[in-house]
Design a protein around this ligand. Structure first.
Ligand SMILES: [Zn+2]
Length: 352
């Protein structure tokens, strides 16, 4: 009697299962009209993450919003960087072109030196300003000389120290000849470079630094003209950045072309805490004087702590090169020791 009953039970179970599947499929088809999963996501997202945004702002909304905030921050940083208060050197396009629009101006190859700017988080804006406020220096310059004009210094105990300086290079032939003479005599000097000459002769410049000499900034165009602020900024900062890009040297030494302190560029350099390096010994090698006369002129006005003005660039300085060995010898005979300008500044007080 068990067997027929069991068969009937199996048939019953089968029928019930079929019915259940049929009912389920009918229910599913009925429920299929809306899209419940999507709707649920939108709703839960809206509640947990989004402030009162309309339901139409779906999942993509917060993703769109993040980059737009970042772009705003960058704009505000850039515009601040270009302001007069903080003439950031890393934005060469932000500085107005110089009146001397030579080919060097348009061909100026400087890339932003501080890639930090685009990487920094938005709240580090103040740090960025702090970095650019100081010129920065590879050389130690005593704080008493920051932003000051120096013609010579008063060395401690009147030590016979003297600083030879060479302006307007780098320059083909002459600079290398000067380097050879300095090396032969085992002495260091200081070179004040013109940006456009540095751009033309980077290899010569690198040799100057490799030989251990100090470097100063002598503007980009060597112009004597009155400069408005953007021009002064460009003249000084572009040259500073090219010096850094070419040699890795950051210099806070500045010498105004022609020694002119009133045309705007020296004022800007002072504001940037550069030390304005003038001279107290001028043999006048920019005039057609013989080597003999140049030697005599240097020796006649030599004093402890003095700074000698000479030129290795900007024209023909054959007589300067010719006068140099004898000038060195004569000064050594008088007991002078040759130092770079940064070394000189460490040895004494300002005496103008
Ligand atoms: Zn000069």
């Amino acid at each position: 009697m068990g067997k027929p009953n069991r068969t009937a039970l199996r048939q019953l179970i089968f029928i019930v299962m079929i019915a259940a599947v049929a009912i389920l499929s009918i229910m599913l088809r009925w429920l299929d009209r809306p899209t419940p999963p999507t709707r649920t996501i939108v709703k839960s997202y809206g509640i947990s993450t989004l402030p009162p945004t309309p339901a139409t702002n779906t999942v993509l909304t917060p993703v769109d919003k993040t980059p737009s905030l970042t772009v705003e921050n960058r704009h505000s940083r850039d515009s601040a960087g270009k302001s007069e208060e903080f003439p950031v050197t890393s934005t060469p396009n932000g500085t107005a072109p110089s009146p001397d629009t030579g080919s060097s101006q348009s061909a100026y190859p400087i890339t932003p030196p501080e890639p930090k700017a685009s990487v920094l988080p938005s709240n580090s804006f103040n740090q960025e300003i702090a970095v650019y406020e100081e010129p920065g220096s590879t050389y130690f310059i005593p704080t008493q000389f920051h932003g000051k004009i120096v013609h010579r210094i008063a060395p401690i105990e009147n030590e016979k120290v003297i600083a030879l300086t060479f302006d307007d290079g780098p320059w083909p032939r002459t600079t290398s000849q000067v380097l050879d003479i300095l090396k032969h005599n085992n002495i260091v000097a200081t070179f004040f470079w013109v940006g456009q000459n540095l751009q033309a002769y980077p290899k010569i410049a690198q040799q100057v630094v490799a030989d251990g000499h100090a470097i100063g900034n002598h503007t980009w165009h060597h112009s004597y003209r009155q400069m408005d602020r953007p021009t002064a900024v460009a003249e000084l900062d572009k040259t500073a950045e090219l010096i850094y890009k070419t040699t890795g040297i950051r210099t806070a030494l500045f010498r105004p072309p022609g020694g002119i302190l009133t045309n705007g560029v020296a004022d800007y350099a002072k504001q940037r805490n550069y030390t304005i390096i003038m001279w107290s010994n001028d043999p006048m090698d920019y005039r057609p004087l013989s080597a003999k006369e140049l030697v005599k002129n240097v020796i006649r006005t030599a004093k402890p702590g003095c700074i000698v003005l000479m030129h290795d660039g900007g024209g023909n300085h054959y007589e300067t090169v010719k006068a140099l060995p004898e000038t060195i010898q004569e000064l050594q005979k008088l007991g002078y020791r040759f130092v770079s300008v940064p070394e000189l500044l460490e040895l004494g007080m300002i005496e103008n």
